[in-house]
Design a protein around this ligand. Structure first.
Ligand SMILES: Nc1nc2c(ncn2[C@@H]2O[C@H](COP(=O)(O)OP(=O)(O)OP(=O)(O)O)[C@@H](O)[C@H]2O)c(=O)[nH]1
Ligand SMILES: [Mg+2]
Length: 304
């Protein structure tokens, strides 16, 4: 009977992870899930879209939305990224606002706090990368954040080294409403295989390439052949760059650069799929795609 006091509530809801670029949002998502669904690199503006990660338990389900870093920018691609991030706030039950304790960007932080004041949702503030600082230095930071916004909780963590993550989960579960199960229990993300593959290839480019090249790169998986009988996955993908000179950089001397990208991506994909992976990478120029609304749309990066 519904009035049974021992019946445990099923709690569920949507939780957006937001913050300035590079603060560790995607690292936190992966750590919360115990699985890598979002790519992580030392460069800002790594995440380009909303990525859903789903954590299911016996009596709860949390749907996390990882988002691009919120920052002030005039460039079309970056404006699009910020739109993806801010739109995530509309339909969520709870917000995790991530701050990087080693590098606080006051202007970005103030902009995000303004946004939070407008959306009026419960917010947990997560102070990340505490492995990099002395404990004493946290107190004044916690105090200043307390003054800046009425957070439900302020939790110091190290997403990378799995410190404080349990407390974040406890607080989320405390604040989430009663609700339905949105996804099957064994689903960890709503990303399709093609999206995950293109993200992993892009991650390797972000890790290996320098300066503006990663930001001029987009990856599209053209085809994936899962041979149900065989133990090989064949993947055909295209790396788009904005200019012919960048094509030369991505290919590299004697094809060395693209070979390295392919090797790193293949090794990880083989672990993900538990099968041998054949990876065929092509490089094409899509002139100034990051500044062109039509190209962004074609690459799935435009909003709407
Ligand atoms: N030392 C330390 N580094 C961390 C921690 N969490 C994340 N990082 C590093 O910070 C960098 C950025 O991490 P991401 O998870 O990609 O950050 P993000 O906020 O998703 O970045 P964007 O998607 O670009 O906005 C990576 O080099 C991570 O390894 C942490 O707790 N400690
Ligand atoms: Mg990210």
């Amino acid at each position: 009977m519904d009035s049974d006091p021992h019946r445990s509530l099923f709690k569920s809801g949507f939780v957006a992870i937001i913050g300035a670029p590079n603060v560790g949002k995607s690292t936190l998502l992966n750590q919360l899930l115990g699985e890598k669904v979002a790519i992580v690199t030392p460069k800002p503006q790594t995440t380009r879209k909303q990525i859903r990660g789903i954590l299911s338990g016996e009596n709860f389900q949390i749907v996390f939305l990882d988002t691009p870093g919120i920052h002030d920018s005039k460039q079309l691609l970056n404006k699009m990224l910020v739109k993806w991030a801010t739109s995530a706030l509309e339909d969520v039950d709870l917000i995790l606002f991530v701050v990087d304790v080693t590098k606080r960007n006051k202007a970005d932080e103030l902009g995000i706090l303004d946004l939070l004041k407008r959306v009026r949702k419960p917010v947990i503030c997560v102070i990340n990368k505490i492995d990099c600082v002395a404990k004493e230095s946290l107190l004044p930071i916690i105090d200043s954040l307390k003054e800046a916004y009425p957070f439900e909780a302020i939790i110091p963590i190290s997403a990378k080294y799995n410190d404080g993550i349990d407390r974040v989960l406890d607080e989320i579960l405390r604040l989430l409403p009663e609700g339905p199960r949105y996804y099957e229990e064994d689903i960890k993300t709503d990303q399709m295989n093609e999206e995950l593959v293109s993200e992993l290839i892009r991650e390797k480019i972000f890790l290996l390439a320098e300066e503006e090249v990663p930001y001029s790169t987009a990856v599209e998986v053209e085809r994936m052949d899962f041979d149900p009988k065989g133990d090989v996955v064949k993947i055909f993908a295209t790396i788009y760059v904005e200019r012919p000179s960048q094509k030369g950089i991505i290919i590299g001397k004697n094809g060395r650069f693209i070979k390295k990208v392919g090797q790193l991506a293949r090794e990880e994909l083989e672990r993900v799929f538990g099968k041998k992976v054949y990876l065929d990478l092509w490089v094409k120029v899509l002139k100034d795609w990051s500044k062109d609304a039509k190209s962004l749309k074609r690459l799935g990066l435009s909003f709407n």
